[in-house]
Design a protein around this ligand. Structure first.
Ligand code: MSP
Length: 649
C-alpha cells in the first residue's frame, strides 16, 4: 500500500544576517514533526530555505562592499550550516535566488497580470528620499520620517497592485469552514478581526526604489515585491509550473499539509498567500501554524543589544540533542518561551543528566553487575509492574495525540513522564536489595527486563526529538527499533538480549562555574562594540514608535457581569463582551472606586492582546483603561454606545 504523503515547510529565513537560536527554533520544531510523521509511516517532504531579495539585503551588501549575490551566498551558507548543525532532516533547501524559482516568479507575475489580478497603478504617500521609502501620514512621527527623522515630501510612483479585495469573501468563507486552517485558534480571531473583517486594501506588489529583486520581465524597472517572491517558494520548490502541470513531485505533495511560521508572519501566510493561490487556481495549504517566539530574558533577541544566542555556540557547549530538547520542551503552544543560559544549564542537569542519563546508566550498570549484561523476563511479576507496563504501552498513542495537535512540548513531556516513572519503579523495586537475596534472582531479572523494555519504548519515541540520544540509548540497551506498529506493545525486547558492557554517559552533569566561564567567553564576542545610544525620552516614559503602539490591541468591550474577588479587596472580576462571542474575564484593581453595579452595562476599553495572568486565582485576560483622576482617585474610561469589539487606535 502507498504511504500517505505529508508536505511541511518552514518559513524561509532572511539572508540579511546570521540566524540566532530564535530563528533556529522553527527548523528544529519542523524537524521533530517531519521525523515523527516519517516514524508514523508518512512519505514526508520537508522543505526549508532562504529568502534572499529586498532592499535590506542590497544595503547590507553595499555596507560589506560586495555584490548582493555574494552577500546572500555567504549568509545562505551560514543558515544551511546552522540547520545542519542542529541535525535537521530537510529534503530540500530552496533559495529564492535559484534560477528555476526566479523564472517561475516571472511567469507567475505575468500570469496574474494577464488575467487582471495584478494591475498597474500609482503608489502615493509621503516619501523619504534618503530612506527610499514611502509612508502613510499616520506612520510619520511629528510629520517626519519615522526611520531617520528627516523631512518627507508627497510623492507618487508607478507600481503594480494585486486585487486583494476580490478574493476576501472567499478567504473568509474558507477560514470559517476550515477551523484547522489557522492554528493556534487565537491567531484566527486576530486575522479575522484585525485584517479581514475591516476590509482588505489592494497590495503593492512591485518596487522601483531598489534593484535587488526579481525583475518583472515585461517591465524591468520594477522588481517583484519580496513577499510575493518568497511565499511562492512553497510551490516552486516542489516543481510548480505556472504554464503547465508541474513536476511529479508537485503533483504528489501539493497542497502542503503544514506551513510552520512564526507568529509575526502569520498574516502573510493566512491572508496574502491563500489569496495568491486562489488567483493562480492552486489548492490552499491545509494548515498554517503560527508558533510563538523564543525570547531571551523575556525580550526580543537583538544583536545590537548583545542579547543574542546562536545555535552553533549552544551545540558546542551542550551538544545538539540538549539544544533540541531545550528549545522544543521550553516552548509553550501559544505563549512565548524563554531562553537563558542558566535555564539551559538547569534543564540539562535536571531533565537530561538526572532523569534520563542516570536512568539509562543505572539500568545498564545493574544489568551488567547482576547478570553480566543479559536481559531476561523470568516472569516473576508483582503488582507494582502493572503501572509501568501500562504507562509504556500507552505512551505511543499519547505522544501521537499531542503531535497531531502540534503540541510538541507536551509530547516530549509525556515521554519524560515515562522516564520518571521508570526512576520511580527503581525506587519501588529496589534492585540492589533484591540482589542480596539469592531467592529473588528471578524477580530481579524481571525488574531489570521491565526497565530495559520501558526505556526502549521511551527511547524509540524520543527519536524524532533527540535522534542521536535515542539511537545511543537503544544501542546501549541492545534494543532493536520495533517500528511504529509495535510501539504500543510491552514485552517485545527479546529474552537473551544484552546491554552494552561500558555505558557511555549520555549527559554529563554540568559544572556550573566552569560552564559560566565558557559562556562568558562566548558572550564577550557578541557584546555590542558601539552600544546603542541612549534615546532622549519624555521624562518618566520611554518614547515609542507608531509601530510599538500598533502592537497594542485596544478594543471596546461591554461589562456584562461583575463581582468582587473574595481573596483580594482591591480587585473586581469583570466579565466582558468584546465582540468575539467568547466572554472575556478581566481582574481589575478598581474595587476601591467602583461597585459592580456601577460597571455592569457600561462599555469600556480593554487591552485585548495582553498576555493572560492569574490574579488571586482569577485568570485575567486583559486590562481595562482607567485614568488617575487626582490624588487617590481613579476613573474608568467609559465609551458607552460604541459596539463591543470596535478597535480603538
Ligand atoms: N523571510 C521571512 C519569511 C518568509 S516565508 C515565505 C522571515 N524571515 S526571518 O528570518 O525573519 O524569520 C524566519 C522565521 O523565524 C520566521 O517564522 C520568524 O517568525 C521566526 N523567528 C524569528 N525570531 C524568532 C524567535 N525569537 N523565536 C521563534 N521564532 C522566531 O520572516
Amino acid at each position: 500500500m502507498c504511504k500517505p504523503k505529508y508536505y511541511l515547510t518552514t518559513a524561509i529565513a532572511y539572508t540579511s544576517s546570521r540566524p540566532h537560536i530564535g530563528n533556529s527554533y522553527e527548523i528544529v520544531l519542523a524537524d521533530s514533526i517531519a521525523r515523527f510523521k516519517r516514524m508514523e509511516g508518512f512519505d514526508v517532504f520537508f522543505q526549508t530555505g532562504t529568502d534572499e531579495h529586498g532592499m535590506k539585503i542590497e544595503e547590507k551588501a553595499k555596507e560589506a562592499g560586495i555584490s548582493p549575490k555574494a552577500y546572500v551566498d555567504q549568509v545562505a551558507g551560514i543558515v544551511k550550516a546552522n540547520w545542519d548543525v542542529l541535525n535537521t532532516s530537510y529534503n530540500k533547501f530552496i533559495r529564492t535566488t535559484d534560477a528555476d524559482h526566479e523564472a517561475q516568479i516571472q511567469k507567475i507575475f505575468k500570469k496574474l497580470y494577464e488575467q487582471g489580478d495584478i494591475y498597474k497603478g500609482h503608489y502615493e504617500g509621503m516619501y523619504c528620499t534618503p530612506c527610499e521609502s514611502f509612508f502613510t501620514e499616520s506612520q510619520l512621527v511629528d510629520g517626519k520620517c519615522p526611520d531617520c527623522g528627516r523631512e518627507v515630501h508627497p510623492a507618487k510612483e508607478e507600481a503594480y497592485f494585486f486585487r486583494m479585495s476580490k478574493y476576501a469573501d472567499r478567504l473568509i468563507e474558507h477560514i470559517n469552514t476550515h477551523p484547522e486552517f489557522i492554528q493556534p485558534p487565537q491567531r484566527k480571531t486576530e486575522m479575522m478581526n484585525n485584517f479581514l473583517l475591516p476590509g482588505l486594501q489592494d497590495l503593492c506588489v512591485s518596487r522601483t526604489t531598489f534593484k535587488w529583486g526579481i525583475p518583472v520581465d515585461f517591465d524591468p524597472k520594477h522588481v517583484v515585491y519580496v513577499w510575493l517572491d518568497a511565499l511562492m517558494n512553497y510551490i516552486t520548490g516542489i516543481g510548480y509550473d505556472a504554464e503547465g502541470e508541474g513536476s511529479e513531485r508537485y503533483q504528489k505533495y501539493w497542497p502542503a499539509d503544514l506551513h510552520l511560521v512564526g507568529k509575526d508572519i502569520i498574516r502573510f501566510h493566512t491572508i496574502y498567500w491563500p489569496i495568491f493561490l486562489m488567483a493562480l487556481g492552486v489548492p490552499l495549504p491545509k494548515q498554517v501554524f503560527g508558533h510563538p517566539w523564543l525570547l531571551m530574558n523575556g525580550g526580543k533577541m537583538s544583536k545590537s543589544k548583545g542579547n543574542v544566542i546562536y545555535a552553533e555556540d549552544l551545540v558546542k557547549l551542550f551538544g545538539v540533542d540538549a539544544v533540541r530538547y531545550f528549545v522544543l520542551h521550553e516552548m509553550p503552544f501559544e505563549s512565548d518561551g524563554t531562553i537563558t543560559w542558566d535555564l539551559i544549564i538547569e534543564r540539562t542537569n535536571t531533565d537530561l543528566a538526572n532523569v534520563l542519563g542516570n536512568l539509562v546508566n543505572r539500568t545498564v550498570s545493574m544489568t551488567n553487575k547482576y547478570f553480566g549484561g543479559a536481559v531476561a523476563d523470568c516472569g516473576a511479576e508483582e503488582p507494582v509492574d502493572g503501572e509501568l507496563k501500562a504507562a509504556a504501552a500507552a505512551l505511543r498513542d499519547k505522544v501521537q495525540a499531542k503531535m497531531d495537535a502540534l503540541r510538541v512540548a507536551d509530547a516530549i513531556t509525556e515521554i519524560f513522564a515515562l522516564f520518571k516513572r521508570c526512576n520511580k519503579y527503581i525506587d519501588e523495586t529496589m534492585p540492589w536489595a533484591l540482589a542480596k537475596d539469592e531467592a529473588k534472582h528471578d524477580r530481579l531479572s524481571t525488574v531489570l527486563y521491565n526497565l530495559v523494555e520501558a526505556i526502549s519504548v521511551g527511547a524509540e519515541l524520543l527519536t524524532p526529538f533527540m535522534p542521536e540520544t535515542a539511537e545511543k540509548i537503544l544501542a546501549q540497551l541492545g534494543a532493536e527499533p520495533r517500528g511504529w506498529e509495535k510501539l504500543n506493545v510491552f514485552g517485545l525486547y527479546g529474552n537473551g538480549g544484552k546491554v552494552t558492557e561500558k555505558p557511555e554517559i549520555l549527559f554529563a552533569r554540568i559544572d556550573v562555574k566552569e560552564m559560566e566561564a565558557k559562556i562568558g567567553e562566548i558572550t564577550a564576542q557578541y557584546a555590542p562594540k558601539d552600544p546603542e545610544p541612549e534615546k532622549e525620552e519624555v521624562p518618566g516614559v520611554a518614547q515609542i514608535t507608531v509601530d510599538d503602539f500598533g502592537k497594542i490591541d485596544l478594543r471596546v468591550a461591554k461589562v456584562v457581569a461583575c463581582e468582587p474577588i473574595k481573596r483580594a479587596k482591591k480587585l473586581l472580576k469583570l466579565t466582558l463582551d468584546d465582540g468575539t462571542g467568547t466572554p472575556r474575564t478581566v481582574a481589575s484593581g478598581i474595587a476601591p472606586w467602583y461597585k459592580p453595579e456601577d460597571l455592569v452595562g457600561h462599555s469600556l476599553i480593554v487591552v485585548a492582546n495582553l498576555k493572560p495572568a492569574v490574579l488571586c486565582g482569577v485568570e485575567s485576560q486583559g486590562m481595562i483603561l482607567a485614568a488617575d483622576a487626582g490624588e487617590n482617585d481613579v476613573k474608568v474610561v467609559f465609551v458607552d454606545g460604541i459596539a463591543p469589539g470596535s478597535k480603538v487606535r
